[in-house]
Design a binder for this molecule. Sequence first.
Ligand code: GLP
Length: 251
Amino acid sequence: MRFLLGKNYEQMSRKAANLISAQVILKPDSVIGLATGSTPLGLYETLISWYMKGDISFSKCRTVNLDEYVGLDPKNEQSYAYFMNKNLFKFIDIKPENTHLPNGLNLDNDAECKRYDELIKSLGGVDIQLLGIGNNGHIGFNEPSDEFKAGTNCVKLTESTIKANSRFFESIDDVPKFAYTMGIRSIIQAKYIVLVASGKNKAKILEEALFGPVTPQNPASILQMVENLAVCGDEEAFSVIKEKHKDIIFE
Ligand code: GLP
């Protein structure tokens, strides 16, 4: 596990963007696992600026997103399909047919989960997976639970996630109650994982996930089992780790 420390959000985003861009330069047809949430936005902006300068091309890349709300049309501004288009895809040269998300409009849960797992398999698995971390340790939308779910699954969102994500909706009642998410197995089978975290409110859960017990009650704790993991954080997100684990080397 590597710890990449940025002095602030911009620097953290730049360090994470460097890892994604190195992957794409080394393997132009990489399968990139993408994430939503506010944390990856700086990283996406950085990748867009490097694309615009001509340093990097996504023309052969394939992407698979971690998750999508059940019931939301890709045209809905709160859908993750819309988010990805608005914040990344429309600015770069990725082919729309090479971008994939779970289909929130397929209400046949079993069929959609199976389709998404088969899709990831048909692409040959994920080369580099970007992850954020929820306030309760969720990765993708894998919420704290009694078991780690292996494949793509339909999750009932917890009250705390609905509350946290309500900031993007007009009212808390508009937040969908269910989401499709890539499962823990697909996530940890990625050849490389980049976890991004920013801000004080992630400091405690990040320390618990990376140094506490491995438990489905803190889904991100599964990342302790992964060798090829880079945790990119800013000073605030790493504050508890810095305080409790003086031996950790930050790059
Ligand atoms: C959402 C997404 C997660 C993301 C999390 C944290 O629930 N499904 O993939 O990691 O939010 O978001 P933020 O980066 O805004 O804190």
